[in-house]
Design a binder for this molecule. Sequence first.
Ligand SMILES: Nc1nc2c(ncn2[C@@H]2O[C@H](COP(=O)(O)OP(=O)(O)OP(=O)(O)O)[C@@H](O)[C@H]2O)c(=O)[nH]1
Ligand SMILES: C[S@@+](CC[C@H](N)C(=O)[O-])C[C@H]1O[C@@H](n2cnc3c(N)ncnc32)[C@H](O)[C@@H]1O
Ligand code: SF4
Ligand code: SF4
Length: 337
Amino acid sequence: MSVAPPTVGVLVDRYGRVARDLRVSLTDKCNLRCTYCMPAEGLPWLAGPQLLGDDEVIRLIRVAVTRLGVTEVRFTGGEPLIRPGLVGIVTAVAAMAPRPRISLTTNGIGLDRLAPTLGAAGLDRVNVSLDTLDRERFTRLTRRDRLDAVLAGLAGAAAAGLTPVKVNAVLMRGLNDDEAPALLRFALDHGYELRFIEQMPLDAQHGWDRASMVTADEILAALRSAYALSPDPAARGAAPAETWLVDGGPARVGVIASVTRPFCGDCDRTRLTADGQVRNCLFATEESDLRGALRSGADDDELARRWRAAMWGKRAGHGIDDPAFLQPARPMSAIGG
Ligand SMILES: Nc1nc2c(ncn2[C@@H]2O[C@H](COP(=O)(O)OP(=O)(O)OP(=O)(O)O)[C@@H](O)[C@H]2O)c(=O)[nH]1
Ligand SMILES: C[S@@+](CC[C@H](N)C(=O)[O-])C[C@H]1O[C@@H](n2cnc3c(N)ncnc32)[C@H](O)[C@@H]1O
Ligand code: SF4
Ligand code: SF4
């Protein structure tokens, strides 16, 4: 392996990992306030001029897709459905050649209305976050009484063919950690693919505590009290989720065990924040400023060169277990989860 970043080709790092999955944050704002993500009062949001405009987002995605080998584009945030230009951005990305696969990670609010339009624009599939089926718990966990809107969003996505519809759930001790089997029952009944996510130290309040985090092992034990789980024979590839067949399959359930079973060795992700910074890892402490370069006249070759250089410096892993671990300055909602 050479000691300098490549000047042509794909987004490779010094460990030989190639990033083909681009996660784009379209806004740092959100209409929920999940306790594991942000405080009740919200956060100091990015100001208008700091945000990439729609044309700037599209241009950077085009650089990634046509020059850097990116084959998957995921829109996230914050809450991507509240970005006014979302449909136009999806339409533009779907017209790129080679056409990337296009997906969206969302809290689902408003998706019932938007799903057909997004599907027609070229969105392939969605992941919807849902941590509890109990209205009172949902309101406590997200600080908003919007469970019905999320359930409607899920149904709307399935009806619009944005499949497979995946459901992301974070379990919080003492709040919804008894709900794993019920969430799986709900997902099986509706044909959604459920994945549980271990809580990570990426909340704005820095309230994460390893000792109280609900672990993958605990989640699996809870699921096994109600279902037979067997290893999924399908190859995992670079996916964060490890999956199991439920009661012999074909239905599956996944666990994203970022903390207790990290998957950094196979990571294929690169991230672009809503203000145009490339991050080579969720936990990166440095960013590369593509917005500044773009606005001062850099051409596509130069943007691609900077992106390659940013990925080359990616660390081997997140280092959460390292005593010297430092939580990144930006929270999950600003990075793009
Ligand atoms: N540590 C870590 N966690 C990630 C990464 N990407 C996603 N996750 C976690 O996995 C959760 C689910 O991610 P999603 O956006 O639903 O998508 P996905 O699981 O990456 O992808 P698909 O299964 O292909 O839809 C995120 O909220 C994160 O908590 C990553 O690169 N590193
Ligand atoms: C940051 S959100 C952005 C997209 C959208 N607002 C949503 O909630 O799906 C993406 C995902 O990150 C997850 N998430 C947020 N904070 C997290 C944390 N501290 N640890 C693990 N996952 C987290 C959420 O549950 C959600 O599934
Ligand atoms: S997890 Fe998603 S829905 Fe919840 S507060 Fe964070 S950005 Fe909003
Ligand atoms: S923590 Fe960083 S290196 Fe590990 S999987 Fe996530 S983005 Fe990739």
